[in-house]
Ligand binder design. Structure first.
Ligand SMILES: Nc1nc2c(ncn2[C@@H]2O[C@H](COP(=O)(O)OP(=O)(O)OP(=O)(O)O)[C@@H](O)[C@H]2O)c(=O)[nH]1
Length: 621
């Protein structure tokens, strides 16, 4: 079958490094039609406990750029859901689809850290999945066991910060919040997995089965993909929208859309699997509550994805480190192995051990589903293939598993934060920003401070899925019309925040990090790429302050000379330019970051302290 199991490689010319840094952008196609209103859920005490600290986060970039000016493209008939958004870390104007070159600029940034080419990774980490990783993950408060999670994060419990009183007086926010808490729960779900595992096909087919894509559009995709000799990618085209993605059969950006099940309204983020686009995958995953990890069950292909160099482990570890607490493993392409129970059991056993023992997921938060994205078996309808029905009992479909996922706690009682993922003008409403509300809530009429420019602006309108709203809460993807500030003061990566509690802008931070399975130890001056939300920024590990016991977090050595694989430490990191960052103790979901080097993820970290802050440097304000 075409495409099955092929390891898609991009031509070298397209992955070559040439420019040192790219700012993120996003691509939004809101529409008045088929608007799906999100429902915010107040989780039960048990779900709160089980999801300590695992909340979605926001895009941030600190890079001066000319804001693109473009009207919003209109929705195409048959597009899934009411909103389709491409989230990426490339620097194209928001209204243009990403090109391979733009996408690979991310990699260029990594290769050019500190003026040093670290692409080949000779001095960088190789594999994340070390045998001792579990204890490292535990130290980060990511331990699967609930009790241990609690004790691990006790020392860094978020501090409740007061919400803006002026806002609360204008609208009974909690009443509004409860009103929106309808029957359906809102979930942000990222689809991850090794390249070619079938992520886009699986989700495209699911969207089709759920009626989010009409027959006419699907027929069009079938015809057009056939013409290109890529008929097996027809369902993937639902999510892979750009010409480059379709002709190459490679997802490059994170595609965002929505679908509804009986119990959930799901914001779906389809992440790229190719290793060149890990920064984009991080962007998407940092906004997710839960994940579907897609596995290619084909003989030899599961092994390739799971073994050293495959993205299965890296994606799972990244997701866990970025706060995703629940994962559904979709064991896909079961049709290629004749629905073999034996093979399914082998895969679920190996992955189950890895996810719970090394990646730090709780056993109860890992579920498995056998399916075929291509044939549509066991996605939204109970299986009918006799070979599967024979042993898969009781049968649970992918949608039923999604319905069982718990929504996270939305930090609406925290000060307002929105990291800007897009800046644009809109016909009829003027200057807009897009992004996800990271914490708190926002209403038309609110005054906000834009950081790091430190400018005040007024919120004129708040839109969710292109419909005006009286208030938007943490977790909502919004477009906000601003007035009282010049557009040049707002960039992708700027943070809109509550004037009574503005965000911090950092150039140097103290952070607790867990180091993955790196090949070369980290020493003072080690260049890294700092990934925070949707941005990536060159940085340097300036000081190694202490090495920690991976299990207890106690200091075992002060001022170590180097940090080896699978260890944990407190370090000082200097950022090339200032970033709007949050402390993990204040905003647990906004205080996490990843470090990469040489194209590999080498560590996950928590921001403990802003050591140095520069508000106006490098033309950022
Ligand atoms: N036989 C079979 N082929 C599948 C199945 N799911 C996907 N494929 C094929 O696998 C190939 C890759 O599918 P995609 O959906 O593009 O995979 P992906 O994981 O989204 O790829 P990237 O995002 O680029 O990593 C296509 O040729 C699909 O038709 C399946 O369940 N069975």
């Amino acid at each position: 079958m075409p495409g099955v199991g092929s390891d898609k490689q991009l031509p070298a010319s397209e992955t070559a490094l040439s420019t040192p840094y790219t700012a993120p952008t996003s691509y939004t196609v809101p529409t008045a039609a088929a608007v799906v209103k999100p429902t915010i859920v107040t989780p039960s005490a048990s779900s709160v406990k089980a999801t300590v600290g695992f909340l979605e986060k926001e895009d941030t970039v600190v890079k001066k750029q000319t804001p693109p000016v473009s009207p919003l493209p209109s929705k195409k008939p048959g597009d899934a859901g009411g909103l389709k958004l491409k989230v990426s870390v490339a620097n194209s104007p928001r209204s243009s689809p990403k090109t391979v070159q733009q996408q690979t600029n991310v990699k260029k940034a990594e290769g050019a850290v500190g003026g040093m080419d670290v692409r080949d990774g000779d001095n960088a980490g190789r594999e994340m999945a070390g045998s001792n990783l579990r204890s490292a993950v535990e130290m980060m408060g990511l331990e699967g066991d609930e009790g241990t999670i609690q004790s691990s994060v006790n020392s860094m419990k978020p501090v409740a910060t007061p919400k803006s009183k002026s806002k609360a007086s204008r609208l009974d926010v909690m009443a509004e919040y409860s009103k929106r808490h309808g029957d359906k729960e809102l979930l942000n779900l990222v689809v991850i997995g090794h390249v070619d595992a079938g992520k886009s096909t699986l989700m495209g087919h699911l969207l089709y089965q759920l009626g989010s894509v009409n027959k006419k559009t699907m027929h069009k995709y079938e015809q057009e993909s056939k013409k290109l000799g890529k008929s097996s990618f027809a369902f993937a085209w639902v999510l892979d929208e750009t010409e480059e993605e379709r002709t190459r059969g490679v997802t490059m950006d994170v595609a965002q859309t929505r679908f509804e099940t009986d119990k959930k309204i799901v914001t779906l983020l389809d992440a790229p699997g190719h290793k060149d686009f890990i920064p984009n995958m991080i962007t998407g995953t940092s906004q997710a509550d839960v994940a579907v990890l897609v596995i290619n069950a084909t003989r030899g292909e599961f092994e390739t994805g799971f073994d050293a160099g495959g993205q299965t482990r890296e994606h799972a570890l990244l997701a866990r480190s970025l706060g995703v607490g629940q994962v559904i493993v979709a064991v896909n392409k079961m049709d290629t192995i004749d629905w073999s129970q034996e093979r399914y059991q082998l895969i679920t056993k190996k992955l189950g051990q890895f996810l719970t023992r090394q990646a730090g997921f709780r056993e109860a938060d890992v579920t498995f589903v056998p399916c075929s994205g291509l044939s549509g078996e066991n996605l939204s309808r109970p299986p009918a293939v006799p070979e599967l029905v024979a042993w898969y009992t009781p049968a649970t479909t992918l949608v039923e598993q999604i319905d069982k996922l718990r929504p996270p706690v939305r930090p609406i009682d925290k000060p307002f934060r929105l990291n800007v993922s897009d800046v644009f003008t809109r016909v009829g409403s003027g200057f807009n920003v897009a992004g996800r509300v990271g914490s708190g809530f926002v209403q038309p009429g609110d005054k906000v401070i834009i950081m790091p420019a430190a400018m005040t602006a007024t919120v004129k309108n708040v839109f969710i899925d292109d419909a005006p709203e009286a208030v938007a809460f943490a977790g909502d993807q919004v477009n906000i019309t601003l007035s009282g500030v010049d557009m040049v003061n707002v960039n992708i990566g700027s943070c809109l925040c509550d004037p009574s509690s503005p965000t911090k802008s950092a150039t140097r931070i103290r952070a607790k990090i867990v180091i993955f399975n790196i090949a070369v130890p980290i020493t003072k001056g080690f260049p890294v790429v700092f990934h925070y939300q949707s941005i990536n920024e060159p940085a340097v590990i300036k000081r190694l302050l202490s090495q920690l016991n991976r299990s207890t977090g106690e200091v075992v050595k002060r001022k170590p000379r180097c940090l080896v694989k699978n260890s944990s430490a407190v370090v000082e990191i200097e950022l090339e330019r200032s970033l709007c960052l949050e402390l993990y103790t204040d905003f647990k979901d906004l205080g996490r970051f990843m470090l990469r080097s040489g194209g590999h993820t080498i560590a996950a970290g928590l921001v403990e302290e802003i050591v140095q802050s520069k508000m106006r440097q490098n033309g950022l304000s």
